[in-house]
Design a protein around this ligand. Structure first.
Ligand code: NAG
Ligand code: NAG
Ligand code: NAG
Ligand code: NAG
Ligand code: NAG
Ligand code: NAG
Ligand code: NAG
Ligand code: NAG
Ligand code: NAG
Ligand code: NAG
Ligand code: NAG
Length: 459
């Protein structure tokens, strides 16, 4: 197997001894694979205004985007092309990207999502979900959409994509939607994707959704939706691998990042995992949900997740795994380190009884396997509960390793654990009995990555 190439700049200083407590890493700069901007300098460039677009915030420019991209398709085999979006407010419905394209948003350029649902066509559900995520049947197409693409860059000088999602949130709340709400950016079955130096606001539903993708980098992106907007997840890598998310600030109404891989019998049948995911230097907040979540849709499996340098404040949960009988699949080899928390209700929340099924066709005996989860170096103040860790009866979560976790807990009980087995070192307040056995020296090889020099190297 090809070694994951996504990780660079990791210099191992002291890891000569397996299971050493004093393995030290020295990292400088980025953990994402750098893009070679020279190599992908697009020889052809057009502006959206060349196709009659009007940036007044009122004129609908869907045709201009579609025509510009159709025109640029003829340069795909000539080094690709760039579509430049200048300062202005460019109202549009959904449009499709092509391979070898750079969509460039200048400073103060704003792409605005149309508030007319008819401008977001309806498309088939994803095979790994079997239906729309919130309603049976089909779903609205994302604003910016791509299928079967390679070498796509969405970037700029901190330009903005604003989904104007409030009309969708209201329709969700008053139950008048006909189809599942759309994402802002969805890329399906695509490779070599970079989304960077942008701000994305007010998504109708999950904001950035790479699904069945490989080699996806999201860097230096700000994602904001109101804290009470429903299901406005920030970035949801779904049945995707080699994903690197770095230097992002996310504040939304749902999970900041949620790693997924399909839903119950549909996800099991599709069988495409999410793996080799790096999350580095993430900060943000969510009052309703979690910072880094895995699931609840994880039926194709999730493994080899490496998250480091996470800061959260004024939030509900920070680290969360959600699953249920019926999901099948697995979550394994997860490493999360250097998490600083201020004013967070529950620092660690692992749940085996999340519920929510696509239909009655799920197999209640399809039990998820949750194992080898390492959470270390967590510091928190104004924390209500340190951990609520509830596995599945008869299907324990195993080899959950907690190391160097120091939380200032304000409620009378810090931990609540059931159907879980694990190990711990240096956890305050004192962790539940299920974790009483020490990690070092006897159990470090049961714990993911407490001895392994390279994140994601499972080949
Ligand atoms: C994606 O590529 C596959 C294989 O070439 C093809 O069968 C399918 O129609 C393509 N889908 C779209 C939407 O282009
Ligand atoms: C992040 O984006 C801002 C605005 O586009 C830019 O000024 C800054 O250099 C970027 N930072 C990195 C690390 O790329
Ligand atoms: C980008 O712009 C947003 C507001 O549109 C701002 O909040 C954010 O700090 C800017 N990001 C960078 C990296 O300059
Ligand atoms: C539901 O909300 C939508 C969006 O605000 C609105 O257009 C519609 O009239 C509302 N319908 C009902 C029945 O309240
Ligand atoms: C995904 O793309 C590959 C080629 O990269 C193609 O062989 C495959 O059929 C595509 N899958 C789907 C579901 O479109
Ligand atoms: C982001 O913008 C900065 C400043 O222009 C630039 O140096 C950097 O290469 C950009 N990064 C990405 C990943 O687009
Ligand atoms: C916080 O998360 C828990 C578990 O996901 C949920 O039950 C609770 O309603 C959330 N709190 C808020 C304020 O949304
Ligand atoms: C931990 O993460 C924070 C950002 O959340 C960063 O400022 C700090 O340098 C990191 N600590 C170490 C030891 O890497
Ligand atoms: C703590 O966070 C909650 C939201 O989860 C917020 O309502 C509250 O104002 C914050 N408290 C402080 C002291 O900032
Ligand atoms: C925990 O927080 C309380 C209230 O903010 C503070 O008085 C106390 O010193 C803190 N304890 C530790 C160990 O930091
Ligand atoms: C732990 O959680 C269970 C289930 O939510 C609840 O019944 C129990 O009261 C909790 N234990 C404590 C000590 O609060």
């Amino acid at each position: 197997m090809r070694r994951p190439s996504i990780l660079v700049n990791v210099v191992l200083v002291l890891a000569l001894f397996n299971c050493s407590t004093w393995t030290v890493w020295s990292r400088s700069g980025s953990l994402c694979k750098p893009k070679n901007f020279e190599e992908i300098r697009r020889p052809h460039s057009v502006s959206i205004t060349d196709f009659g677009a009007v940036g007044d915030g009122v004129t609908l420019n869907t045709k201009a985007f579609q025509n510009a991209i159709f025109y640029l398709n003829s340069f795909a085999d000539k080094g690709g092309a760039k579509l430049f979006v200048p300062v202005g407010r460019w109202l549009t419905g959904s449009f499709d990207l092509i391979s070898h394209l750079t969509l460039w948003l200048d400073k103060d350029a704003v792409i605005l999502g149309s508030t007319d649902f008819a401008d977001w066509p309806v498309v088939d559900p994803l095979p790994s979900y079997g239906r729309g995520r919130e309603l049976p049947g089909r779903r609205h197409n994302s604003l910016i959409y791509g299928y079967n693409l390679t070498d796509v860059i969405i970037t700029g000088d901190n330009g903005t994509i604003d989904g104007q999602g409030s009309i969708w949130w209201k329709s969700f709340k008053n139950k008048t939607l006909d189809y599942t709400r759309p994402h802002m950016v969805e890329l399906i079955n695509s490779t070599s994707i970079l989304i960077s130096n942008l701000t994305v606001l007010n998504s109708p539903f999950w904001t950035i959704h790479p699904v069945y993708c490989s080699d996806v980098t999201v860097q230096n992106v700000t994602i904001i939706s109101p804290l009470n907007s429903p299901n406005t997840d920030g970035i949801d890598p779904d049945s995707s691998d080699e994903v690197c998310i770095e230097d992002c600030y996310i504040s939304t109404g749902d999970d900041l990042i949620s790693i997924k891989s399909g839903w119950d019998e549909y996800g099991i049948a599709f069988g495409r995992p999410s793996k080799n995911i790096i999350i580095h230097r993430l900060s943000g907040r969510t009052q309703a949900s979690s910072g880094i979540a895995i699931g609840s849709e994880m039926s194709g499996g999730v493994s080899d997740v490496f998250a480091e340098d996470i800061h959260m404040f004024d939030s509900n949960n920070s680290i969360r795994i959600k699953t249920s009988p019926g999901r099948g699949g697995y979550v394994r080899n997860i490493y999360i380190s250097n998490v600083t928390l201020v004013n967070v209700t529950t620092a660690i929340r692992l749940t085996g009884i999340y519920g929510e099924h696509p239909d009655d066709g799920y197999d209640p005996n399809a039990r998820p396997v949750i194992e080898r989860i390492t959470i270390k170096n967590v510091i928190g103040e104004q924390i209500k509960h340190a951990g609520i860790i509830q596995g599945i009866e008869g299907d324990n979560f195993v080899n959950i390793c907690l190391s160097n976790i120091i939380l200032n807990v304000t409620s009378s009980y810090a931990w609540n654990c059931s159907n879980v087995q694990g190990y711990s070192d240096k956890v305050l307040p004192e962790v539940c009995g299920q974790f009483k056995e020490r990690i070092f020296p006897d159990h470090c090889s049961d714990c993911y990555h407490l001895s392994d020099p390279e994140p994601g190297s499972n080949d």
